[in-house]
Ligand binder design. Structure first.
Ligand code: G6P
Length: 362
């Protein structure tokens, strides 16, 4: 049928969409460049961001995880405070808002009812809203004041992959263009750094055999799996765990490396897989300490680190990218590991049980 043709030679949409990520990165760079090759965003949007004293990112699922990374980028580069909220909580338990809030809705589909419920409320309150979405003309795009498009192409697999990395890239562009508008000097060129991440993504997409091996070794028979990381790696761990849960049905949790010992370490048994991300220099020793803690309780560790921070015990080393952009690359091995774990366990990768691509009920 038609969907088979679109899949081309790929066995699943998810694998095709994982592989499309370097291409999507390059397309985003192009789409957001002006005629001089400078990254640019609608000046009206930048003005709204400058007018705000705080940004509120509202999203669900994978888009929420992209929002967490976005907060880091906007706060570090553009120096504007950002809160990130799960839409279904925000709508019934709205926090005390700042004086001049600006809302950013992140939604691949632009149709998620939980996010729309919040948008309806903030519109009523008279607050301005930007939607970051993959679907032009979607409900959230139409009902917000402004739209930033992901340009990722249709995402068919229920488990979101290329939309996540596209959302982070667009948030990075928003952060950098806002910083420039504020006169903040940044010591890197985002066009160049994103181009490097695209190349590294491509190398990681070529590491499928290795990821398949890791999935087979660690996840073929396990009941559960933990992902640990610190700083921005923690946010990627949340997404890695979500991917694994969604398609392989392995009970997985992403944890802040330092928090596991405050309770959840009780679940570590002989052989429990613990996937640790180590891409952040300032917490590299800390996360390695956390790995030792779980290994002492019998865990089977799989450390994925970044070039320059690696040690002999690491299972896989990602080529180096800008330290703030590591989520764009560190998520790729986790996506592939989830994919192969699901395959090994005989799961329906593209259509996991109980899940819908877009949830249009609250
Ligand atoms: C559903 C999908 C998730 C997705 C979430 C938010 O639950 O299964 O993959 O992350 O909705 O979707 P959105 O389209 O708003 O990004």
């Amino acid at each position: 049928d038609a969907s088979d043709i679109e899949k081309g030679t790929y066995p699943h949409y998810m694998l095709k969409e994982i592989d499309e990520q370097p291409f999507v990165m390059r397309r985003i760079i192009q789409k957001y460049q002006d005629e001089n090759g400078q990254l640019t965003i609608d000046p009206q949007i930048i003005q709204e961001v400058l007018n705000a004293d705080r940004l509120y990112i509202i999203a669900c699922g994978t888009s929420y995880h992209a929002g967490l990374v976005g907060k880091q980028l906007i706060e570090k580069w553009a120096k504007i405070p950002v809160e990130v909220h799960v839409a279904s909580e925000f709508s019934y338990n709205m926090p005390l808002l700042s004086e001049k809030p600006l809302f950013i809705y992140i939604s691949q589909s632009g149709e998620t009812a939980d996010s729309r419920a919040v948008l309806v409320q903030t519109n009523k309150l008279g607050y301005k809203a930007i939607t970051i979405t993959n679907v032009p003309g979607s409900t959230l795009s139409r009902e917000a004041d402004y739209t930033l498009l992901l340009h990722a192409g249709p995402e068919i697999a229920v488990a979101s992959t290329k939309a996540y990395t596209a959302q982070i890239a667009v948030l990075a562009i928003l952060a950098v263009t806002t910083a420039k508008a504020k006169g903040i000097e940044l010591d890197f060129d985002l066009v160049k750094e994103l181009a490097i991440t695209a190349n590294v993504m491509e190398m990681l997409c070529d590491a499928k055999e290795e990821m398949e091996k890791i999935a087979r070794e660690y996840l073929a028979a396990t009941r559960n799996c933990f992902f640990i990381g610190r700083a921005v790696d923690y946010y990627v761990c949340l997404e890695g765990a979500l991917k694994l849960k969604e398609i392989s049905y392995i009970q997985a949790e992403g944890f802040a490396g330092g928090e596991l010992k405050h309770g959840t370490i009780a679940l570590i048994e002989d052989g429990t897989p613990v996937i640790a991300l180590a891409t952040q220099e300032h917490v590299n020793l800390n996360i390695r300490g956390n790995v030792k803690e779980v290994v002492a309780r019998g865990a089977n560790p799989c450390i994925i680190s970044m070039r320059g921070l690696e040690t002999d015990e690491d299972r896989f080393v990602i080529p180096a990218v800008h330290p703030m952009l590591t989520p764009l690359v560190s998520v790729v091995p986790l996506q592939l590991i989830a994919y192969y774990a699901a395959l090994h366990r005989g799961c329906d990768v593209d259509k996991p049980r109980n899940l819908a691509k877009s949830v249009t009920v609250e």
